[in-house]
Design a protein around this ligand. Structure first.
Ligand code: NAD
Ligand code: UD1
Length: 331
């Protein structure tokens, strides 16, 4: 039996495929390559010495999905495919609803038709909205989405819950990621977005290699220890391991929601200083105005995942900064 990984050549997907192959799982990747490239497949093979089947396809293409499910015995799906730019989603909201929401509807329809009723879905801490507290616990539920991107994640979560009410044979894991950074220790796979990055670590990486002049630190007057924003950064390999645990442990039908974070918050300046220290490089930065929509501080309460999945993040920010640099400097 195989596991279908949608978005499997992307940043988190590729690391998850590596962890699945390490467990001798049979993996099939589906990706339309809109934000990744085929050479990731060779890199996955180099790391694991194993191959996986690849379909260049779009989750919105029902015919292609039908073909993939007919040709293969798929018993579960890890669903990463989607667009993830918060700012971009404000510019082109319809593309986000089409890709993320409609795409997931099509995927679920074909899964259902083929009797494949086990899915792990990539959600985000953004679904909590602005709850007015710093530590996010699953029971808090969803808040008001602060972007169309966030809205697509909240809608999909709700749709999955509705699906289970209608048909309680489904096993649905909703994983809410905090801030994934880092890369595989081999330096072969990682995150390298096109153009000017929006997120902190990709921006720091480009400053480190000299492609960008300096980092703008968005705000130093928040009510945090050094005035800069605080987030729960999680190593992408820890995150990948969380997906494997969710597949292994969640074997009876239901809807299961977990935060995947470390439980610790680090400021923008903590990350800059740690990156400089462990990699012996200088990151030029200036203090800039706050970025609209940013919250001062939040981090996960990861205790539910620890208790129920036996999963917890093992890698600290030093490893995250080291591996991010190791990947980007070898590109
Ligand atoms: P990514 O862009 O690197 O990976 C997504 C992959 O999906 C890409 O390879 C892309 O080509 C593919 N894809 C997009 N639309 C598709 C479609 N319609 N059909 C087929 N393939 C398609 O992003 P990532 O960082 O690996 O994120 C994976 C998932 O996790 C996304 O759903 C994202 O929203 C979610 N997530 C990411 C973060 C983060 O900070 N990286 C945080 C929370 C949630
Ligand atoms: C972003 C997404 C969020 C998603 C999360 C997961 C936005 C607005 N939100 O969160 O929906 O769930 O990623 O990874 O994009 N910063 C700088 N300078 C920069 C870039 C960032 O100072 O050039 C600061 C930010 O103000 C923030 C921290 O770094 O305090 C992290 O920012 P970022 O990496 O963009 O992630 P989030 O905004 O937390």
């Amino acid at each position: 039996m195989s596991i279908l990984v949608t978005g499997g050549t992307g940043y988190i997907g590729s690391h998850t495929v590596v962890e699945l192959l390490k467990k001798n799982e049979e993996v099939i990747i589906l990706d339309n390559l809109c934000n990744s490239s085929k050479d990731v497949l060779d890199r996955i093979e180099k790391i694991t010495n194993k191959k996986c089947k690849f379909y260049e396809a779009d989750i919105r293409d029902e015919k292609e999905l039908e073909k993939i499910f007919s040709k293969n015995k798929i018993d579960s799906v890890i669903h990463f495919a989607g667009l993830k730019g918060v700012g971009e989603s404000v510019e082109i909201p319809l593309e986000y609803y089409d890709n993320n929401v409609y795409g997931t509807v099509k995927l679920l329809e074909v899964m259902k038709k083929h009797g494949c009723k086990k899915i792990v879905f990539s959600s985000s801490a953004t679904v909590y909205g602005d709850p007015g507290t710093h530590k996010y616990v699953e029971e808090m539920g969803r808040g008001k989405a602060s972007s169309p991107y966030g809205a697509t994640k909240a809608i999909i979560e709700e749709m999955l819950e509705n699906l289970y009410v209608a048909d309680n044979e489904w096993t649905i894991s909703i994983l809410r990621y905090f801030n994934p950074i880092g890369a595989h220790e081999s330096g072969l796979i990682g995150e390298n977005p096109n153009g000017i990055p929006n997120n902190l670590m990709p921006y720091i990486q480009k400053v480190a290699v000299g492609e960008l002049k300096e980092l703008s630190v968005f705000g130093d007057d928040y009510d945090t220890k050094d005035g800069t924003g605080v987030r729960d950064y999680i190593h992408v390999v820890d995150l990948a391991e969380g997906h494997v645990k969710a597949l292994e442990k969640l074997t009876s039908p239901g809807v299961y929601i977990y935060n995947l974070g470390t439980g610790s918050g680090y400021s923008v300046l903590d990350i800059v200083r740690t990156f400089e220290k462990v990699n012996n490089v200088k990151i030029n930065y200036k203090i800039a105005p706050r970025r609209p929509g940013d919250l001062a501080m939040y981090y996960a309460d990861p205790s539910k995942a620890k208790k129920e999945l036996g999963w917890e993040a093992k890698r600290g920010i030093e490893e995250m900064c080291r591996d991010s640099w190791n990947f980007i400097k070898n590109l």
